[in-house]
Design a protein. Structure first.
Length: 132
């Protein structure tokens, strides 16, 4: 006697679990990106009709309103920055508009004395005729 064995049913793909994982990864990266760049957003750049664009974040330091220097969200001393950075690398200073000018001049002088040739201050661009 032949017994008829039913064919196994194909399993339905469970895409809900995959959607949940992708959604959680999306939320994680959004939150992580927001937390990492909070210190850079706190800097209010001075306005200018001419400006310098930063090519990358490697040589960018932020001069905060209290005169402290920050790099990648952490406070750093100018001597430590000079020790960690190659002198042939361009340095961009994102100076807050409320930062003490004397401190900015001192930081630039320290960088020049250490052999950094390409030092620039980042500003936010304004509309209008460029200053000649």
């Amino acid at each position: 006697m032949k017994i008829h064995v039913p064919a196994p049913r194909p399993r339905a793909e469970n895409t809900i679990a995959l959607i949940n994982v992708v959604f959680l990864l999306l939320v994680f990266f959004l939150v992580a990106g927001t937390i990492a760049s909070q210190s850079e957003r706190a800097v209010k750049l001075a306005a200018s009709q001419q400006g310098v664009a930063a090519e990358s974040n490697d040589g960018v330091i932020a001069l905060m309103p209290d005169g402290s220097l920050m790099r990648n969200g952490e406070v750093i001393a100018i001597a430590a920055f000079i020790a960690e950075t190659a002198p042939d690398m361009p340095v961009r200073i994102a100076a807050d508009r409320d930062a003490p000018a004397e401190r900015l001049v001192a930081v630039i002088a320290d960088l020049r004395a250490a052999g950094f040739g390409d030092v620039a201050v980042l500003v936010s661009r304004t509309a209008g005729e460029p200053v000649q």
